[in-house]
Design a binder for this molecule. Sequence first.
Ligand SMILES: Nc1ncnc2c1ncn2[C@@H]1O[C@H](COP(=O)(O)OP(=O)(O)OP(=O)(O)O)[C@@H](O)[C@H]1O
Length: 605
Amino acid sequence: MVVTDTRQDGAPRAAWQEMADGGDGWPIIRRIARNHVAPRWKQLAVAMVAMAFVAVTTGALPFLLQIAADRIFIGKETAVLWTLPGVIIAVMALRSFAEYFGRLTEASIGNGIVSDLRKLLFEKLVSADLGFLQRTHSAAFVSVFANDTQIVNNAAAQTLTSIAKNLLQSIALAVAMLVMDPVLGLIVLAAVPLAVVLIGRQRKQMRSSVHRTLRGAGDLSSLVSQTLTGIRVVKAYGQEAAEAARAGTVIDRTLAAILQTAKSRAVSGPVTEGLSGIGFAAAIFYGGWQGIYGNLTLGEFMGFMAAALLVYQPLKALASLQNVLLEGLIAARRVFSILDEPARITEVAGARPLAVSAGNIRFEDVVFAYEPGRPVIDGVTIDIPAGCKVALVGPSGSGKSTFLNLVLRFYDPDSGRITIDGQDVRTATISSVRRASALLTQDPVLFDDTIRANIAYGAPEADDAAVVAAAQAANAEEFITPLPQGYATRVGEAGGLLSGGQKQRIAFARAMLRGAPILLLDEPTSALDATSEAKVQETLDTMFEGRTVLMIAHRLSTVKRADMILVFDRGRIVETGTHDSLVAAGGLYDRLHRTQLAGGEPAAN
Ligand SMILES: Nc1ncnc2c1ncn2[C@@H]1O[C@H](COP(=O)(O)OP(=O)(O)OP(=O)(O)O)[C@@H](O)[C@H]1O
């Protein structure tokens, strides 16, 4: 059950997506620096040295030009004519090599950070509480996983050393200008603070448009995934045009945000260039004045003008890098807000593995609510003896699935406690609690892998003999061996290459191999036709032997297999007993039996 905002535009949004908006970037920069950049300090040092070299050589270029003008053109020194081009070639070759190294190292650091973040996100995905995952749309998660991490990569790769390089380069050129002629230097540099102010004003607008762009990407992914999942319903209800219109709205809204970002981003180049033009013109005027009325040489003037021309290029790069950095910070914030989602199901200090002998389950005055104040399990106390087959019956929404979820510790009770073989599940390790039970659902989950891998999913250490034995016990071998590749046959996405009954029997074999003493069933036969169901029922009888079984039952045949029936109503167990005793009592079970349960199975009626 996915609990999200109302669908105004086909875009469900989880709380973390709202939390990711806004805020200061420094904590994020510090976090990335500490956790992801610091471990790569050697690479960073290499990149920094390389980029510093690039900066320093850029600062040297105006001086080389000055020498060329003064000593070759005016001084007519042939020795300089012969040596200077060689020096320039050598400097430029080294500079290019350093730049190549710097860029390569930058890319390696940036991609390393993305890999770190993707690993962390995936770990979070598999370890997060069920409640959190149900609030997050899977496609929005995928969008953060693929898109946002890539934006962090771009930002890290481009900014890590480029900011330092361009800063150093600007400083080197500014120093060169000030050394050559302090007054001229100040004239050219006077435009810089103005550019900083003008560009800074775009930041706020850009922050909001980048947010909207990333959200739009997530919303669109959600929409595509929902439409693909529900494509049969979309077609059957003739909603193709409505779905296309809904997607159109999200795409247009995202486009508006992208254009807004592009607009803010486009401002930085012209602003810097426009101001550089003014600075340059002022420098020509003052320099020319000094040339005519003062004592500025042509070489000094040319060297200076070269520096003045060069200094705006790194400044322009810095202006656009701040936009890249801003985008990266916003994307990183979205990544971290998922990673930082606190886990509610945690292990207590010193948690020990559950020692399961027989599989006795006790609920002691258990209260549980998904949303505060609306209990879904409302004061349930029940003792299920080991080896007992229990059917859970009740109206829709009465809490049967939630009861199973609590046994698996997908959620913790708000009050009361649940024990398995006398041990509170909250004091045991989570993995041992999950190992105690095997879960079989209406729609078996198979992964796009071989039949063997699907059977051995919960027990990767199992050998071939054990896999075959489990398949035999689950009546699955009879359809596996005739397949051309037998156990090595791939089952396709979600087991799509197998029939419903075959999928279910693979899932049973998986549960058999796991050997858990407790079986939790959510009416696994309900989606099958009569022939498949007969086979599956046979399998179930074998599986039930010697195990504690809790089965949600919508059919009379399932209920009749039970030693004990628990009747749920609005989160409470209102009746317990056998089929005959409960029918005789004439309560809720009797009514359900005559309406819903019998309805699921006309023959039994
Ligand atoms: N993840 C969730 N977040 C919020 N509420 C939930 C969640 N899952 C279930 N509920 C609510 O809890 C109540 C009990 O749901 P549950 O699935 O346990 O009922 P059920 O008896 O198994 O129903 P059914 O027979 O229809 O499957 C319902 O009102 C349902 O809307």
